[in-house]
Design a binder for this molecule. Structure first.
Ligand code: BG6
Length: 477
């Protein structure tokens, strides 16, 4: 049981109720919240979709990914289904007649429906907060470039206030991501050296071993840059780079994050590299080339890997490069942030190799093996002065039982309790797209991704991005 207060009663409406997201993540997350005692007993889940279905069929579809216990049975009995077309105003009238009081509208649909569903909700009066709150949760991708993200923001903000809109970035639901601010601002030791005087550079990595698999249609039109960078990786960058907010209030935090994202200078073309996997071996299994993926156009130039060198134009980060990389079909799954400090300036160690006094590194391991490590240098015991790298490590699993969480629990609880801290405001989203737009434009005109074998570290040009600065990526696996 959690110490947090029970969320207020609300009808939880999910558009796209028979989709994967609802079955694998949303329903299990709601059950976990119920188990933690954070949902009212008569919470209603109303699933909307255009498929022929009914209450019992939807309940059965959701059974597969949840643990069958009393909490699920209680929530299950309060699940209802509404069939309808997302563009049909009569369906929204039927929906309206079933709602009183608080309601959350979760758009777990293809992105093409986001704008029209919000239009219909607005026109049907479902977003009026006369007898309770009305909140809209929007999944990613939020736009496909700067212009489309601006247009979508404009469209939904014509129907609802910003305080009613919850733009999801599921990375912010991860405990280790939420811990970044606490690590920074709860430890004077770190914040004192968190600037260009002491930090040499930052590396942000989100490496995956998974391939594009069954997502060929979506991915071929998207690519690694759009899929991961302006949203997930920039959110990590913002948490590392932001100034201390005046409070832990949502707006104070969101404002600082928006400011740092706005300060990202769009990279020069030579500071953005892309790759695409060819056939290879991952964990002993043969993997086919990206171009062989079902529903992928073999002639497309879609990248499955991207690495960027970014400058952040603020006083704190002047001259400190942020290197970002993400890709699929790599040698290891590893999402981490490495903060590398500067070399010690003393000449005491002049006679030994560079490796004998490696610079301090703080590694925030987001997943897997969630934890924090600080690399230091110590003296090796013995009569001669010899140094040895050591590390101070904290692993979440040694200390806490996080349990089987989906990563959506906190996000859904925050929607119900009205806390927008972990959601992206319109200016953050647009700032992210603004920073990558020149690269999207350049890549759409010419060039092609460099090949890398599945199961490798990615393309050689990503290594060159750092070696040409006399730096090196942290090892992936
Ligand atoms: C999603 C991307 O947003 O994030 C996927 O669309 C990616 O391509 C996923 O695999 C990574 O998230 P996680 O939580 O598995 O690291």
């Amino acid at each position: 049981m959690s110490d947090a207060p029970v969320a207020p009663p609300a009808t939880f409406v999910i558009f796209g109720a028979l989709g994967d997201l609802t079955r694998r993540l949303l329903a299990p997350a709601l059950v976990n919240l119920a188990q933690a005692g954070l949902l009212v007993d008569d919470m209603t889940l109303l699933g909307v979709s255009h498929h022929d279905s009914d209450d019992e069929h939807l309940r059965a579809a959701l059974d597969e990914f949840v643990k069958d216990d009393a909490d699920w049975q209680r929530l299950r009995s309060n699940i209802r289904y509404l069939k309808g077309d997302f563009a049909d105003s009569a369906m929204f009238q039927r929906l309206s007649s079933q709602l009183t009081g608080n309601a959350v509208f979760y758009l777990a649909t293809a992105p093409g429906f986001f704008g029209s569903i919000v239009d219909q909700l607005g026109e049907g009066g479902l977003l009026n907060e006369t007898d309770g709150f009305r909140r809209v949760v929007i999944e990613k991708p939020f736009g496909t470039d700067l212009a489309s993200a601006q247009a979508l923001n404009h469209r939904i903000l014509a129907r609802a206030a910003e305080r009613q809109i919850y733009r999801i970035d599921h990375f912010l639901g991860k405990e280790t991501v939420q811990n970044i601010m606490i690590t920074r601002f709860g430890n004077a030791l770190l914040e004192a050296v968190w600037n260009s005087h002491y930090i040499d550079h930052v590396q942000i990595t989100a490496a995956e071993t998974v391939t594009v698999g069954s997502r060929g249609k979506f991915y071929d039109a998207t690519g690694a840059l759009r899929d991961m960078v302006p949203n997930h990786l920039f959110q990590l960058l913002a948490l590392i780079g932001m100034e201390p907010p005046n409070s832990f209030e949502a707006e104070a935090i969101r404002t600082e994050k928006a400011k740092i994202i706005a300060a990202i200078r769009p990279p020069k073309p030579e500071h953005a590299v892309r790759g695409r996997y060819e056939a290879g071996t991952i964990d002993g299994k043969l993997v086919g080339a990206y171009s062989q993926t079902p529903q992928v156009d073999p002639a497309s130039k879609t990248e499955t890997y991207v690495a960027l060198k970014l400058a952040i134009e603020t006083w704190r980060w002047s001259g400190v490069p942020f290197y970002l990389r993400t890709g699929k079909a790599l040698t290891a799954r590893n999402t981490e942030i490495v903060v590398q400090f500067r070399d010690v300036p003393l000449t005491l160690f002049r006679d030994c190799e560079v490796e004998c006094v490696p610079p301090n590194r703080l590694v925030l391991q987001i997943q897997p093996d969630e934890g924090i490590s600080l690399g230091l240098v110590a003296k090796k015991p013995g009569p001669v002065v010899e140094t040895v790298p050591i590390s101070i490590d904290f692993r979440y699993s040694d200390r806490f039982e996080i349990g089987h969480q989906t990563g959506y629990e906190t996000l859904l609880y925050d929607v119900l309790t009205g806390d927008q801290t972990l959601f992206q405001r319109a200016d953050q989203i647009e700032g992210g797209w603004r920073a990558v737009q020149p690269i999207l434009d350049a890549w759409s005109k010419d060039g092609a991704p460099e090949s890398y074998p599945a199961g490798s570290n990615g393309p050689n040009s990503a290594e060159d991005l750092l070696t040409s600065d006399s730096r090196q990526w942290n090892k992936l696996g």
